[in-house]
Design a protein around this ligand. Structure first.
Ligand code: URA
Length: 269
């Protein structure tokens, strides 16, 4: 273990695989190994005790036999700890950017394969659980975030934050020409609602294609906005959330973990 001043001190378990000199160890939480691994979906505490007895859990290359011990949960832990020879899964507070393919659902209430099925099966057992940050319809593709960080999720979906969502829309019929003004006015009321939508920005790309940026996340919002103008959305793809864009090299069904810099982009732009 390192002290706040950066000196190595004797500890039950030496953590030396990554330089922790910039980490204030006084602020680093500790966790029992069995509880930590169980919260990451590796099984019950009994399962984890069994795995440790079989030598399957290592820290800095050393087999951990006593999983009732507490260890500092430093950010580098996934790189230093291994289970069955593979690096530990990301710690709580993870954010995944998924290129949602068409035909998969975000909700257990809908029929069909779930977006969670794309991620490692063990992640379904994590506590806190992963959930999508907002939803995309089954027939919408594009940028979808998932996290186990409830505070972050609420900050992103909170109407007060006005986080922008940008969609590429392909329409069944040519645009009328007045859609940009209608959406920008901030007085469009969707069928079955009484509160007008916040102003939205329409950037026309062709007769039947446009980029639409909205700051709300109402049910089927984009499809209903175009339905209100007498059109029909044929294809819908989310390109960006705030200043965070779907990377060009991330194919449908692929995902990546986000770092702090990527996450801060969501609140920019
Ligand atoms: N608006 C929609 O209509 N559907 C989505 O999936 C997202 C926004």
């Amino acid at each position: 273990m390192l002290t706040a001043s950066g000196a190595l001190v004797k500890a039950d378990i030496m953590r030396a695989c990554v330089d922790l000199r910039n980490v204030d160890m006084a602020k680093v939480p500790t966790a029992r190994i069995d509880k930590l691994l169980s919260s990451l979906g590796y099984g019950s505490r009994n399962d984890i005790a069994r795995m440790a007895r079989a030598g399957a859990i290592t820290l800095d290359g050393v087999k951990l036999r006593d999983v009732t011990k507490r260890i500092p949960v430093t950010p580098d832990l996934p790189a230093c700890m291994a289970v069955d020879g593979a690096p530990l899964d990301p710690l709580a507070g993870m954010v995944v950017l998924l290129h949602k393919p068409l035909g998969m659902t975000c909700s257990h209430k809908e029929d069909g394969a779930l977006v969670y099925d794309i991620l490692p099966a063990r992640w379904r057992q994590r506590n806190p659980a992963m959930s999508t940050i907002g939803r995309l319809d089954k027939q919408t593709s594009g940028l979808l975030l998932l996290t186990d960080d409830g505070d972050l999720l609420h900050r992103i979906i909170s109407p007060k934050r006005h986080v922008k969502k940008t969609y590429h829309v392909t329409l069944a019929r040519p645009l009328n020409g007045d859609e940009a003004a209608i959406f920008a006015a901030g007085d469009l009321i969707l069928a079955g609602e009484d509160k007008p939508l916040a102003p939205a920005l329409l950037d026309v790309m062709s007769e039947t294609e446009a980029r639409l940026t909205v700051t709300e996340g109402r049910y089927h919002q984009v499809r209903r906005m175009f339905a209100a103008t007498g059109n029909h959305v044929e294809k819908l793809h989310r390109e960006a959330l705030g200043g965070l864009s779907l990377p060009d090299d991330l194919a449908p069904g692929q995902w990546k973990l986000l770092g702090a810099d990527d996450i801060s982009m969501i609140f920019q732009g």
